[in-house]
Design a protein around this ligand. Structure first.
Ligand SMILES: C[S@@+](CC[C@H](N)C(=O)[O-])C[C@H]1O[C@@H](n2cnc3c(N)ncnc32)[C@H](O)[C@@H]1O
Length: 310
């Protein structure tokens, strides 16, 4: 089989989440794979395992997809986005053999602590998606960060720190690993094992292309769409939505710029309002494919509410 870009790059917001029931079999994840060297090497060493890479940088995603296609690896799948969200939403409980994270940005300043991948809720997600006996492996060049992660994850009732090594050689190295070794830095390698069952709530619920809100013609008041701005910004239960600029070049279709946030996970997309004979339909415009989260649902409801006569 000759692998193509579209075989490797998964867009679960289009194909639906979680991704794993479609695949079956053994699965591993690498978080923040950078140039994709470790990811593809891991896939080559484990041909019977589907290896998923989660990476926030589109440039890194592009490089890794090219590498997987060039090496014709049928067992690599890449998802672009924040791993803190993707790990929880794309993988079900007990679905992963192993999770790797090599040299994540440690964000040393306290005011940036919330940017750390391992911040708030990460240990719960790891404890949920690993199978019992499965492991999370972290490599870092920062001792304070190794200690912090050791204390957070080892403090979780379903996880246990089984090894904390300094300068232990791994079968596969990464670009950053070689860089820090050349500079004479110590490398800390931590392995945590999952010991007991644990679950977390997921928030993605269905697909955006199946979701719309209808407003009947006798309830309609489209006056609000005559302005350039909608100016709705609301929030509740960790879900926030802002609806701003309105674009239209016709009398029966409008686009509204939306930004939503679910517990800090931001999505930008457009809401489309289309006039029909019997009323109006409010839906996510097909050009972007956000995950269908509570904030996205509420943004659609808020647009529908604004064109519904009070
Ligand atoms: C210092 S680099 C390490 C790259 C690679 N693992 C290595 O060791 O060479 C950290 C990587 O993590 C990615 N990253 C940072 N935050 C992330 C997040 N929340 N989700 C997914 N990837 C993230 C960055 O884009 C970057 O590629």
């Amino acid at each position: 089989m000759v692998m193509k870009r579209q075989d490797v790059l998964l867009e679960p917001s289009i194909s639906g989440v979680p991704v794993d029931p479609e695949q079956g079999g053994r699965k591993m994840v690498e978080i923040g794979f950078g140039n994709g060297e470790f990811l593809t090497h891991l896939a080559g060493l484990n041909p019977d395992t589907m290896v998923y890479g989660l990476e926030i940088s589109m440039t890194c995603v592009g490089k890794a997809v090219k590498r997987a296609v060039r090496e014709d690896l049928g067992n690599v799948r890449i998802i672009c986005g924040d791993a803190r969200f993707l790990l929880r939403e794309c993988f079900s409980d007990e679905s992963l053999e192993r999770i790797y994270m090599s040299f994540p940005c440690p964000w040393p300043k306290e005011r940036h602590a919330r940017r750390r991948v391992t911040h708030r809720g990460f240990s719960d997600v790891v404890a949920s998606v690993l199978r019992i006996g499965g492991c999370f492996e972290l490599a870092t060049d920062e001792k304070w960060y190794a200690d912090e992660v050791a204390s957070i994850l080892d403090g979780h009732p379903s996880l246990s720190l089984i090894s904390f090594d300094v300068n232990k050689r791994r079968e596969i190295t990464t670009k950053y690993e070689r860089k820090w070794l050349e500079q004479g830095k110590d490398i800390y390698l931590l392995v945590f094992e999952k010991l007991g069952n644990f679950t977390v709530d997921r928030i993605v619920d269905g697909r955006c292309d199946d979701m719309h809100v209808a407003v009947k013609s006798d309830e309609l008041d489209m006056a609000v769409l005559k302005d350039e701005k909608l100016g709705i910004s609301e929030g509740e239960d960790g879900a926030h939505w802002t609806l701003e600029r309105i674009y239209s070049d016709s009398r029966d279709s409008w686009l509204i710029q939306a930004v939503t946030s679910d517990d800090g996970y931001e999505q930008k997309f457009y809401v489309r309002v289309v006039l029909r004979e019997n009323g109006a339909l409010v839906k996510v415009d097909g050009v972007c494919s956000p995950y269908l989260t509570p904030a996205v649902r509420r943004a659609l409801d808020a647009v529908a509410g604004s064109i519904r006569r009070s």
